[in-house]
Design a protein around this ligand. Structure first.
Ligand code: NAD
Length: 262
């Protein structure tokens, strides 16, 4: 059996951070070994499972850890990823809402350490993306529309997952998503362009995430849907990805590689 490696949790007191710590407690291959929070966060100094103390210092949080698992905000992810790159700590992040410039910065840091960034760590959502790509390829003339619903505290819109599903539609049609993505409709919008890929957003309550992909034809419609009931499955997927990533060569890896969906 391979040795158990230590994993550091970035955003350890956040909604996802708590679930990642629980997932590490269940893991046979990873152990909870470090906890990082935003400098000045009230939880800094508190002791967590296994005597791990929450710190605001990334160097301290990553010391002795083979991999970090991050669910925070884009600016924090990039700052902490830069520290991980200096230390040689592999980095898994599920943070969403990166601008194209921030995405390029993340990719540049992946030249120095193994990095895996996924907008959704759920196995089922990644299978949904695979199904969406296959359906899009075969339903070329149908109008593709995505709808997503998330809790009201979510900062970015549309969700990273909705954009990933939109990407899957574009991939199935050998198109560039940016040429066809429609995020807003209001006023005199005219007829829908045939190749549009529409994404609409709903926000409310404490919903952990629902996504619908519609292929709308003349006289019929296909609907693919995924509903999350908890955040635990995202965290388990991230822990599985972290165990897979630790010890690999530097580079940017994809969740599809972890799940055998490529
Ligand atoms: P949250 O606000 O509950 O938690 C974020 C945590 O990050 C907070 O505790 C915050 O204090 C901490 N943080 C902020 N700056 C930091 C810094 N510089 N260093 C360390 N910690 C810092 O948010 P959440 O609901 O846990 O979501 C976090 C991110 O994860 C969002 O982008 C969300 O969209 C994404 N998310 C992704 C998936 C997925 O499967 N990929 C699933 C759920 C959520």
């Amino acid at each position: 059996m391979s040795a158990v490696r230590k994993a550091s949790v970035v955003g350890a007191a956040g909604r996802m951070g708590e679930h990642v710590r629980a997932a590490l407690a269940e893991s046979d291959t990873l152990a909870f070994g470090g906890a990082l929070e935003a400098p000045g966060h009230p939880a800094i100094g508190s002791e967590l499972e296994g005597g791990v103390e929450i710190t605001g210092d990334a160097n301290q949080a990553f010391a002795g850890c083979a991999v970090a698992i991050d669910f925070t905000v884009p600016a924090a992810t990039l700052a902490n990823l830069a520290v991980a790159a200096d230390l040689g700590t592999a980095y898994v992040t599920g943070t969403t809402g990166f601008t194209p410039t921030q995405q390029a910065q993340l990719e540049a840091l992946a030249a120095r350490i193994p990095v895996l960034h996924a907008p959704n760590f759920s196995v089922a959502v990644n299978v949904l993306a695979w199904l969406t790509r296959e359906a899009s390829r075969r339903l070329r003339d149908y109008d593709a529309e995505i709808l997503e619903l998330h809790h009201k505290a979510k900062r970015d819109a549309p969700s990273g997952t909705a954009l990933r599903l939109a990407e899957a539609i574009a991939e199935g049609r050998d198109q560039k998503l940016a040429d066809h993505l429609v995020l807003e409709r209001a006023g005199e919008i005219g007829a829908r362009p045939d190749d549009a890929i529409g994404v609409q957003t709903l926000r409310g309550g404490d919903n952990t995430g629902e996504h619908w992909v519609h292929f709308i034809g003349t006289g019929e419609r296909v609907e693919l849907a995924h509903r999350s009931h908890t955040r635990a499955h995202f965290a388990r997927g991230a822990a599985r990805a972290a165990a897979w990533l630790a010890g690999r060569e530097p580079g940017l890896y994809r969740i599809e590689q972890v799940l055998g969906l490529e």
